[in-house]
Design a protein around this ligand. Structure first.
Ligand code: ZN
Length: 343
């Protein structure tokens, strides 16, 4: 809320003039040793005067997905479901447990929403393109900065709430238009979504040089690194990894760059660079994680093309979502419950 708007509201709900109010705000700033902004002081004054600045139904109640950070509790997020991932059943201590998740987009970013146990019944009634309001969720952030909202027993989920106009959520996403396909049915020049396990990863140099300013790949000219746009630069390294995905119907070769490559490798680029440099071997990072990567289950989104050299179809991924590792997740939940009980 803008400062002027706050002043207007306070003036409207009290008998104070704007002049008196402004001097009260200045006094408050002085009283707090200039630690607060004018807006902050106005909020404090409003509170002291009993003026409610926050509408109960205001959009300020929501947190934009782009502003979410790991560790936030009790957040409210509103968005459109762009993907639902299948429910999986597994056993823990002799009990059957279920987990499901979906991708939520509010026009500012994506978050994965994870449903466990009892909340799975809510999840089963949610379809792609539904609008959902998630109240009191807990935010987790993995080491690649990808966000997850965990639905616990404290969380309420409203599906297609009456008071929300679906058109007010500007969640356009080409990923959501991708068809879920069996690998055996994949055709070239299409946008696909598939799910499978990584069965091979190629041992090779996984770095290439890019311009630190624009991220485009650079040419080497007489020993100098040249960007077509920025001229002579000292390059930074970006990661790419090639692997084979198997979904039981077939296998396909996939290549991932940047963030996606980090998800596949299970490590940030900077860590992979350190590993390669310390061993003076740019193929070392793949070797070191191979046993961890193989068998890893992922959802893949990407563009397919025909490699005319090998005459086989390949995917360049545009987004990768790791399947949930139950053991890791259960540990997280145990921690969350423990933490919650202490409060
Ligand atoms: Zn450049």
């Amino acid at each position: 809320m803008e400062f002027n708007e706050i002043i207007e509201r306070i003036v409207k709900s009290t008998n104070l003039s704007a002049e008196v109010l402004n001097s009260k705000i200045n006094d408050k700033i002085a009283e707090l040793d200039n630690l607060v902004s004018k807006e902050g002081a106005a909020h404090i004054i409003a509170n002291e005067l009993g003026v409610n600045l926050i509408d109960s139904d205001a959009s300020q109640d929501f947190v934009n997905i782009k502003n979410l950070v790991g560790g936030l509790r009790n957040v409210i997020v509103l968005g459109k479901v762009t993907d639902t991932f299948p429910v999986t059943t597994f056993e823990k201590d002799g009990k059957k447990k279920q987990v499901g998740s979906l991708s939520l987009n509010d026009g500012t970013g994506f978050a994965r929403v994870v449903f466990w146990d009892d909340s799975i019944n809510i999840f089963k009634n949610i379809k792609e393109n539904d609008i959902i309001k998630v109240i009191n969720a807990y935010v987790k952030e993995n080491k690649f900065g990808k966000l997850e909202l965990h639905v616990s027993y404290r969380t309420k989920v409203r599906v297609n709430p009456d008071d929300i106009d679906p058109k007010s959520i500007n969640a356009t996403d080409k990923q959501s238009k991708a068809e879920f396909v069996d690998i055996v049915e994949i055709k070239p020049d299409s946008f696909v979504k598939c799910f499978g396990a990584i069965v091979q990863v190629y041992k090779k140099n996984i770095f290439f040089n890019v311009c630190p300013q624009c991220g485009k790949s650079i040419k080497s000219d007489e020993g100098l690194s040249m960007c077509s746009e920025h001229g002579k630069v000292s390059p930074s390294r970006k990661m790419f990894v090639t692997f084979v995905l198997d979904d039981g119907t077939g296998t396909i070769r996939c290549t991932s760059f940047g963030r996606d490559a980090e998800v596949i490798m299970g490590m940030p680029t900077i860590e992979a660079i350190k590993l390669a440099d310390s061993h003076e071997d740019s193929t070392f990072p793949v070797d070191s994680i191979k046993s961890k990567i193989l068998g890893k289950e992922v959802f893949i989104y990407g563009r397919t093309s025909l490699n005319t050299f090998t005459n086989s179809i390949e995917i360049i991924t545009s987004r990768i979502v790791e399947n949930i590792d139950y053991n890791v997740e259960l540990k997280r939940i145990a921690e969350e419950v423990e933490f919650g009980d202490k409060n």
